[in-house]
Design a binder for this molecule. Structure first.
Ligand code: 4AD
Ligand code: MG
Length: 430
């Protein structure tokens, strides 16, 4: 079926007089009576086509409605008024699927557009984001695959919380309670005892209390875990990974960034920077200088993160948190028993956390103590504790929110537009 078709992108690179055949959807249409202009949309872009009265294409062009799928044939010619400088003078136009009156005409509200998400995904803006997202995903996978990491497949239906009970979604598992995974971390920790360096890409679920621009209830979580690595070794991995994603988007998706009016300076700066480390202690100092009424031990929340990142051009690590702010599995610092060896990667320009990671507590007694301190039940973590009994090893890992990374790279205002089918509080649709 594909024989002889070219894309709109190929056509824009063609020469005057070339005979071309394309297929796609009617993006815009203007009927002047003696000619019909149709802007054809495909996955690569748009191309203006014109059917003159008297041509075989004219009647069908008149009949074609917005978003009808069509096949066109004609001759390419330069026209400075056409988008991209080229148009096709049509010999024939075949309607494959005639569209009903398309319910999106421009100027609709965000709510309405979410109701018709299955159709709104055809919009040019979302198309650019989805192309960027695909390139980010490929870069992330390639980074691991070409650096000797093993991909593993952890479960989604789980028994216990990784990141605290407050954001767990419970499901009924044949009369028993099970939960949707918040993080594959504990399963990845199991796998390092055989494979040493492992990663996975899975959906994670969080029943977040508050609605924000950067929280989804279901998001895509890229996680990695490695034996023998301390937190700084693992921070190097995060830096390499994020740079690879940025590099690939700059190499391959510049047109998409420009369509979205994304400034590329911060992305270029990110490639040449080495990501600095700012300790929690230093962050508290910076925030106090910025006028925040904050003291050691307080949480660094969304407002604080925005203040720390909005004047930055490149990502940086926030590290060494008070242990009561972080999860029980983070390793306690030997020299400061109230601090853990944790790190977050903060995206600049106000975006904030995109990665959370740490060195893991690898001492059985200390981990047991931390479970009790956090009012958790050791019996729920028996298999996790077991890992510290049979050949425990220093190890570290992290989780990266793919949707947040895409949001920052593409410069989006809201995380919902980084993913095709966002799960939002008001709706699970489509
Ligand atoms: O910081 P978090 O909660 O860390 C963990 O889950 C670790 N167990 C991961 C690990 O070490 N294997 O989540 C990791 C990242 C965050 O930095 C953020 O980018 C993303 O996951 N994230 C969310 N993204 C979208 N919507 C949400 N509700 C998110 N919650 C976390
Ligand atoms: Mg976190």
């Amino acid at each position: 079926m594909g024989v002889g078709f070219i894309t709109t992108r190929d056509a824009l690179r063609g020469s005057d007089g070339d005979r071309v055949r394309l297929r796609g959807w009617v993006y815009r249409k203007r009927d002047l009576g003696n000619k019909v202009f149709i802007v054809l949309r495909d996955s690569e872009g748009i191309l203006q086509c014109v059917a003159d009265k008297g041509s075989k294409a004219f009647q069908e062009a008149q009949r074609a409605t917005i978003e009808s799928s069509i096949i066109v044939e004609g001759v390419l010619r330069s026209d400075p008024r056409a988008p991209g400088g080229k148009e096709v003078s049509l010999d024939s136009l075949t309607i494959v699927g005639l569209a009903d009156d398309f319910p999106i005409k421009g100027g609709e509200s965000v709510d309405y557009l979410l109701d018709v998400r299955h159709l709104w995904l055809r919009s040019r803006a979302l198309t650019q984001v989805m192309r960027i997202r695909s390139t980010v995903l490929k870069a992330l996978r390639d980074y691991f695959t070409s650096n000797g990491w093993w991909e593993v497949s952890p479960p989604i239906l789980t028994q216990s919380a990784v990141e605290g009970g407050a954001t767990l979604f419970a499901v009924d598992f044949f009369g028993k309670r099970a939960y949707l995974s918040q993080s594959a971390q504990f399963y990845l920790e199991v796998m390092i005892f055989s494979l040493e360096k492992v990663w996975s890409l899975t959906p994670s679920f969080r029943a977040e209390r508050s609605r924000t621009r950067r929280h989804l209830y279901e998001y895509w979580h890229l996680e990695a875990e490695a034996a023998w690595m301390d937190m700084h070794d693992m921070m190097k991995v995060v830096e390499g990974l994020v740079k690879e994603a940025v590099r690939r988007v700059l190499d391959e998706r510049l047109e998409e960034l420009s369509f979205l009016k994304r400034k590329t300076e911060p992305l270029e700066a990110t490639l040449s920077a080495s990501f600095p480390e700012v300790t929690y202690d230093e962050a508290i100092e910076i925030l106090r200088r910025k006028g925040f009424n904050i003291k050691w031990g307080d949480d660094i929340g969304a407002d604080e993160e925005r203040a720390l990142t909005e004047d930055q051009q490149t990502p940086f690590f926030l590290t060494m948190f008070p242990k009561h702010l972080k999860s029980f599995y983070m390793k306690v610092d030997d020299s400061r028993p109230d601090v853990v060896l944790g790190f977050d990667l903060e995206a600049p320009e106000g975006y904030g956390e995109v990665v959370g990671g740490s060195q893991r507590e690898d001492r059985y007694d200390m981990l047991y103590k931390r479970i009790i301190e956090n009012n958790l039940r050791p019996e729920d973590y028996q298999w996790y504790l077991d890992l510290r009994k049979y050949g425990s090893v220093p190890h570290s890992g992290f989780g990266l929110g793919v949707d947040r990374l895409v949001m920052w790279i593409a410069g989006l205002d809201h995380i919902r537009d980084s993913i095709p089918f966002p799960r939002l509080r008001e709706r699970i649709y489509p």
